[in-house]
Design a protein around this ligand. Structure first.
Ligand code: SF4
Ligand code: ZN
Ligand code: ZN
Length: 328
């Protein structure tokens, strides 16, 4: 908590935030501007978006993705790229409805095109049913489905990249986990921008250097209608959560540790996997034509085990009919 005597370093109004790594105290207005500038600098530093690009924003309705939407919309006007929103409705009772409402409310307010893909409409089953039928944990199926739909939607709509709301804390947590598991292939993908490959669109992370605490304060100050609830399947005692807590303590003691870690990761991550090994393990799915590490992609495998046939091709056709003229 800041004392009422704490004043903004720029305008001397009452400060609402202390940015320890930048040695700044900021009022509400300068805080919002500071976070937006931070994202703009990340876009320029890592060449995430250029004039004329079509960026599909993956928005779940939580604080991070609504911050992504809010800032990317503002920057799209200034930097002359286009944005559209993709929301995936997982059909999780008591949770998905509220997320959908949050996304609809803010996209409508900004006037950004919205594509909602509902698992119930596409596959005839919800995420919990898909998980049960394929006998896989919900989060594992969720990851496969979301990655597939984001990629398919971006390709079918002619987007130049998909942007996700992963924050600095998310990337650090995944990186440490990958390091502990000695999974260098996953570690190498934790960059601000992944390259487009055959059957896979480029993915960008504009909040790469924004802390989770910062998206929370941004969402509150801007009164974004984000959903506060937690998914019923979230693992409360995960390694990622402990890493986040640990890094927050380190950051308190040594401000800017997170940013230094991420800049080094961005510089070295792609060199961690020998290119030849990587190239050999990438191919396209025989069923749907999107990226796969085997003759069938994970999405076609999951749908085959859950509903009796691989549905990648059908899903691509369905999305294609939905996204026509989304950028006009
Ligand atoms: Fe999906 Fe919920 Fe698991 Fe997150 S916690 S990956 S939303 S099932
Ligand atoms: Zn100020
Ligand atoms: Zn497939």
């Amino acid at each position: 908590m800041l004392s009422p005597e704490a004043k903004c370093s720029f305008c001397r109004r009452e400060a609402v935030a202390r940015i320890a790594y930048a040695k700044l105290l900021l009022c509400e207005e300068h805080y919002i501007e500071y976070i937006r500038n931070k994202v703009r600098r990340t876009i320029l530093r890592y060449n995430l978006a250029n004039r004329g690009d079509k960026i599909l924003l993956a928005v779940s309705g939580g604080k991070d993705s609504l911050t992504l939407l809010d800032i990317m919309y503002a920057l799209s006007q200034e930097m002359r790229f286009s944005v559209a929103v993709l929301h995936i409705d997982l059909g999780i009772e008591g949770y998905s409805e509220q997320l959908k409402h949050s996304v609809e409310s803010h996209t409508q307010k900004l006037g950004v095109p919205l594509i909602t893909l509902s698992l119930r409409d596409i596959l005839g089953v919800t995420l919990p049913q898909l998980s049960k039928r394929s006998r896989r944990p919900p989060c594992s199926v969720c990851g496969i489905v979301k990655r597939y739909l984001m990629n398919a939607c971006a390709i079918e709509s002619g987007a130049t990249a998909v942007a996700t709301g992963h924050t600095a804390d998310d990337v650090i947590a995944y990186a440490i986990k990958s390091f502990i598991l000695q999974d260098y292939s996953s570690l190498s993908k934790l960059v601000p921008k992944t390259k487009a490959l055959q059957g896979a669109i480029s993915r960008i992370r504009p909040l790469y250097e924004v802390y989770e605490r910062e998206t929370l304060l941004y969402s509150v100050l801007k009164r974004l209608p984000f959903h506060h609830g937690m998914c019923p399947y979230v693992v409360r005692n995960s390694l990622e959560r402990h890493v986040k807590r640990f890094f927050n303590q380190i950051e308190e003691l040594f401000p800017s540790t997170k940013i230094s870690f991420l800049r080094r990761l961005a510089k070295h991550a792609e060199t961690l996997t020998p290119v030849e090994t990587e190239r050999k393990s990438i191919r396209t799915c025989d069923v749907c034509g999107l990226i796969a590490s085997d003759h069938k992609c994970s999405f076609c495998k999951v749908t085959e085990s859950a509903v009796g046939m691989p549905l990648g091709r059908e899903v691509r056709d369905y999305i294609s009919s939905m996204v026509k003229e989304i950028w006009s």
